[in-house]
Design a protein around this ligand. Structure first.
Ligand SMILES: [Zn+2]
Length: 460
C-alpha cells in the first residue's frame, strides 16, 4: 500500500538565550534537568549543566554512557544548591544499557546532605571510530548520540522525568526523536511504550544541531521522520529521503511489522576533513552522513533499520543461546542487500557473489565459527558480521526454498519469528524453530557453517 507523503511543518525548538536564574528550582519536578549549550561550534565543544533534583540517600553516582575517548570530557565539577563545591571520586564501572557494556568512568559525588546537585562539564565529539567520526560538531552542523552528551546516574530506578533544554548558536535548531512543542524537551517514563527506561530514551537518542528539512511518512504504524541538512539542493534532499523511505518500507512490508513507533533519521554532511560522520543507531533512530551516498551508506541504513525489529530494545528479540547471536547480524546484513536489490540498485546474486569474493580473500586470515562471534573482536568480528553471516543467511534462504519446493523462504521464517518473539522479547531457540517451521533438517548445515568453518560454495 502506498503511503501519502506528508510534509509537516516541524516546530523547532530553538531556545531563547538567557539561562534563567533559579531555573533548577522552577524545574524541580524534573528528576534531572540538563541544560546543553553550544557557544562556539567552531571549537567543537558542548557545555552541559546537569541539575539532579532527585538524590539517593547515599552519594550521587553518575557515569559516562559512552567510551571516554568519544566524550573527551572536560571541566567536570559539582556543587550543591548553596554553591558549595562537592568532591568527586573517579572510578571505573559499567554503565547500564543495551550497548553500554564497556568500562566507563564512574563519578562518585560527595552529595550527602545536599538537596540538589549541579554538575558542570563539557564534551568534545569527533573522535574517529569504525564509522568515521563518532559524533561531530563544527560551524555548520552537529550530530551526536545522547550517550556522547549526558552523564547519567548509575542507579536510575527512581528517574522518571527528565528535562533537556538546548541553547544553540543563532539560527540553529535541534532535531531528535523526542517530541516537544515547547522550548524544553520533557521525557517522561510513563509516555514511552514498553516500559522503555529513561537512560535509554536519553542516551540512545540521536541528536542533530543546525538546520534541517524534515520529511515524514507513516508506514505500517511506523512514523518515520527524516531530517536532511537544509543547505543541500531540493533534488538531493528529495532523492535521499525517497530512497530511504522505500528501503524502510520494503522491510516493514516484507516482515509484516505493524507497530505504532516513532523513528527519526538524521542525514548530515561529511566532516570538514571529508571523513564520514556517525551519530549512532538505536530503536529511536539513526544518523549519519548522506552528502555523497555510496552503496554502503544505503546498505548501512537498511542494516540498522533491520536491527530495530530483530535486536534493539524494545521491539527486537532475544536469542536463547549466545552462540545464536550471529543470526541477528546475518539477517541484518542479508536484508540490507535484499532491500537494495528490491529497489533495483543491483541484482541480489551479483552482490552476493561480490561478498563471496571478499569472504574468500579474507577467509584464511579472519575466519572463525559464526557461533563464536560473541567472543570475537576487530577484524574477525567484522568479517563474520558483514561477509560471512550474510552469505550463510543466503545459503539458508536457498536451502529453505529448495527443501519446501519454494513454499517457504527466509522472509517467511523471519516474519514468523518476529511476530512470535519480537515486541514481546521472548527468546528464540534458533535451530529448533527453524527446523520446526521449515520441516528441514539443519544439522549438517549448522555443523558446517555455524559451528565449523567449512568453506562456503555458491551454486553455479
Ligand atoms: Zn549489525
Amino acid at each position: 500500500m502506498l503511503n501519502r507523503l506528508i510534509f509537516n511543518a516541524f516546530i523547532f525548538t530553538a531556545i531563547s538565550c538567557s539561562f534563567l536564574k533559579g531555573y533548577a528550582v522552577e524545574n524541580k519536578d524534573a528528576d534531572i534537568f540538563y541544560k546543553v549549550t553550544i557557544d562556539n561550534p567552531k571549537e567543537g565543544r558542548i557545555n552541559v549543566i546537569a541539575t539532579f533534583n532527585k538524590l539517593p540517600d547515599s552519594n550521587l553516582i553518575i557515569s559516562e554512557q559512552n567510551f571516554s575517548e568519544y566524550l573527551n570530557l572536560g571541566g567536570l565539577k559539582a556543587k550543591d544548591e548553596q554553591g558549595k563545591i562537592l568532591a568527586i571520586a573517579i572510578t571505573k564501572g559499567n554503565a547500564t544499557g543495551p550497548d553500554r557494556l564497556y568500562e566507563q568512568k564512574v563519578y562518585k559525588i560527595s552529595s550527602k546532605g545536599a538537596k540538589t546537585v549541579i554538575v558542570e562539564y563539557s564534551v568534545k565529539p569527533g573522535t574517529i571510530g569504525k564509522h568515521g567520526h563518532r559524533g561531530y560538531l563544527d560551524e555548520y552542523f552537529g550530530l551526536v548520540p545522547g550517550s556522547g552528551v549526558f552523564l547519567f546516574p548509575l542507579d536510575d530506578t527512581d528517574i522518571n522525568r527528565i528535562a533537556v533544554e538546548f541553547k544553540l548558536p543563532e539560527g540553529w535548531k535541534v532535531v531528535c526523536p523526542w517530541k516537544s512543542d515547547k522550548n524544553i524537551f520533557v521525557l517522561e517514563h510513563s509516555s514511552y511504550q514498553y516500559n522503555l527506561n529513561m537512560a535509554d530514551v536519553l542516551c540512545e537518542a540521536i541528536i542533530g544541531f543546525g538546520n534541517f528539512e524534515m520529511r515524514s511518512r507513516e508506514i505500517n504504524g511506523f512514523n518515520i521522520q527524516i531530517y536532511a541538512f537544509s543547505e543541500w539542493s531540493d533534488e538531493h534532499i528529495h532523492a535521499i529521503c525517497e530512497q530511504a523511505f522505500r528501503l524502510m518500507e520494503y522491510q516493514l512490508e516484507l516482515f509484516g511489522i505493524n507497530q505504532k513507533w516513532d523513528y527519526a533519521v538524521i542525514f548530515v554532511p561529511n566532516a570538514a576533513d571529508k571523513d564520514r560522520v556517525f551519530g549512532g543507531s538505536w530503536s529511536l533512530g539513526q544518523g549519519f552522513e548522506m552528502e555523497t551516498p555510496s552503496l554502503r551508506s544505503w546498505e548501512l541504513l537498511s542494516h540498522r533499520f533491520h536491527h530495530v525489529f530483530n535486536y534493539y530494545y524494545p521491539l527486537g528479540m532475544y536469542m536463547i543461546k549466545k552462540s545464536s547471536g550471529w543470526f541477528l547480524e546475518a539477517t541484518a546484513s542479508y536484508y540490507e542487500i535484499k532491500a537494495l536489490a528490491s529497489i533495483g540498485y543491483y541484482k541480489l546474486e551479483n552482490r552476493i557473489s561480490q561478498l563471496k569474493d571478499s569472504y574468500d580473500s579474507l577467509k584464511e586470515k579472519c575466519d572463525a565459527p559464526l557461533s563464536t562471534d560473541y567472543k570475537q573482536r576487530f577484524q574477525t568480528l567484522e568479517y563474520l558480521h558483514y561477509k560471512k553471516a550474510p552469505l550463510v543467511a543466503y545459503l539458508m534462504d536457498e536451502k529453505i526454498k529448495k527443501g519446501t519446493n519454494g513454499e517457504k523462504d527466509l522472509d517467511k521464517f523471519l516474519k514468523y519469528i518476529y511476530s512470535e518473539h519480537g515486541m514481546k522479547r521472548s527468546a528464540v531457540n534458533l535451530k529448533e524453530e527453524l527446523e520446526q517451521f521449515t520441516g528441514i533438517d539443519f544439522n549438517e548445515f549448522f555443523k558446517k557453517y555455524v559451528d565449523g568453518i567449512e568453506p562456503i560454495e555458491l551454486a553455479k
